[in-house]
Design a protein around this ligand. Structure first.
Ligand code: ZN
Length: 308
């Protein structure tokens, strides 16, 4: 039985070889059927009557009215894109004006030639502009696979002058990059808070070895670009020493209580600020936000030492 399976598998593999051969022949033949558009330099099919990228006409026997309709539609959406980025349209508008004049005289080839010039100028300006914009994401490609894939996709559309699909991919790339930058920023902020809280904890003789280990785990996750995961790990960094924090907090609050009582007895207004900070500390304790609890302990401590 097992041997039969092996035979079958080998057979399947061998049949794949044939497909590979066929695929290769196709690829070798393809470039010979293509030639370079003299206007936009894209590779176009040898028997094309017009360039599908820049719409330059290669054969006068094209359906000009159909091409005019196509270009008008394309120009409309490109002009919307251009306006969004405030691209100057003087030259484009001048060509469109000329095209209308010729169309009125039913001279479609001349009218088309102006439309094509308008389209060529506009698409080229847009491609140049977005090539520049895309370079801003180059740094993030190495940081994140998802961004790299989105970048590659958007770039391919841009190379093909497919502005409609490019616009969609570019938007996706922009949104995702912003999200990832936000995650990274949040991670760095949390890390700073936790590291500071470790210093505070040490002052109150709270053991921080376990916390430091958790911070290392979060750093490893951040190294593999899992920023949101790292943030979650950091938010739980002090959980293993919660009871130690509770003990430290209890004896600390006893001191605070003595101080505040003495203050109010002496009619000092400082007590108010301390009481408010204690109230905030209680909220953080109830929320299990131990980092903020430690920060509040330090803050109250500072208020007390100013008091003396
Ligand atoms: Zn072309």
């Amino acid at each position: 039985m097992v041997e039969e399976n092996i035979d079958e598998i080998i057979q399947e593999i061998l049949s794949e070889e044939k497909k590979v051969d066929e695929g290769q022949t196709e690829e070798i033949l393809e470039p010979e059927e293509l030639y370079e558009c003299p206007v936009c330099h894209h590779q176009v099919s040898e028997d094309a009557k017009f360039c599908p990228y820049c719409y330059a006409v290669f054969d006068e026997n094209v359906d000009y009215r159909m091409l005019i309709d196509t270009l008008i539609k394309k120009l409309k959406s490109l002009i919307i894109m251009a306006n969004k980025i405030k691209l100057p349209l003087t030259e484009v508008n001048a060509h469109i004006k000329e095209a209308k004049k010729y169309a009125a005289k039913e001279d479609y080839p001349s009218g088309y030639s102006h439309l094509q010039s308008a389209y060529y100028k506009l698409v080229k300006d847009l491609v140049d502009y977005y090539k520049g914009e895309m370079s801003k994401y180059e740094l993030m490609i190495g940081m994140n696979n998802e961004i790299r894939d989105l970048y590659t996709k958007a770039n391919a559309y841009l190379d093909e002058w497919d502005m409609e699909n490019f616009a969609k991919s570019y938007e996706e790339l922009k949104v995702r990059s912003e999200e990832i930058s936000k995650d990274l920023k949040e991670y760095l902020e949390r890390l700073e808070e936790v590291e500071h809280a470790i210093e505070i904890a040490a002052k109150y003789n709270i053991p921080t070895d376990k916390v430091a280990n958790i911070v290392d785990t979060a750093k490893d996750m951040a190294d593999s670009k899992k920023y949101d995961g790292a943030v979650k790990v950091l938010s739980e960094a002090f959980t293993p020493v919660k009871s130690e924090i509770e003990a430290a907090m209890t004896s600390f609050l006893k001191l605070v209580k003595d101080e505040v009582t003495r203050d109010t007895f002496a009619g000092k207004s400082n007590a108010k600020g301390i009481i408010m900070a204690v109230r905030e500390m209680k909220i953080y304790w109830d929320e299990n936000n131990l980092v903020k609890v430690l920060e509040k302990m330090e803050e109250i401590d500072n208020m007390l030492s100013k008091n003396q």
